[in-house]
Design a protein. Structure first.
Length: 94
């Protein structure tokens, strides 16, 4: 596991006693007492292309985040993939 992810993961050990850091509905328990959100995943995998970051966020929970239906999220995923490719072509990589 990379150092950045270890520093940002929410675990039982790094939640202060005063409850100032709380798990949210965005966190998922991936192993016993290891909770991550999409931003932890993006950091762990080193995703730097903002359009791909958006795509991954949508793809992890399509139509299941409360305000957009499955087909809208599916189209957003396609649009983000296209935009991500455009950014790579424009900048020579991301």
């Amino acid at each position: 596991m990379n150092e950045i992810m270890e520093q940002t993961m929410v675990t039982k050990e790094n939640i202060p006693n005063d409850n100032s850091t709380k798990r949210t509905h965005y966190h998922v328990e991936i192993a016993l007492d290891i909770w991550v959100d999409v931003y932890d995943v993006l950091l762990a995998w080193g995703v730097t292309n903002p359009a791909y970051q958006h795509l991954i966020k949508k793809a992890l929970k399509p139509g299941n985040r409360g305000h957009k239906d499955l087909m809208t999220d599916a189209q957003d995923i396609v649009d983000s993939a296209i935009r991500g490719k455009q950014l790579i072509e424009k900048s020579g990589g991301l």
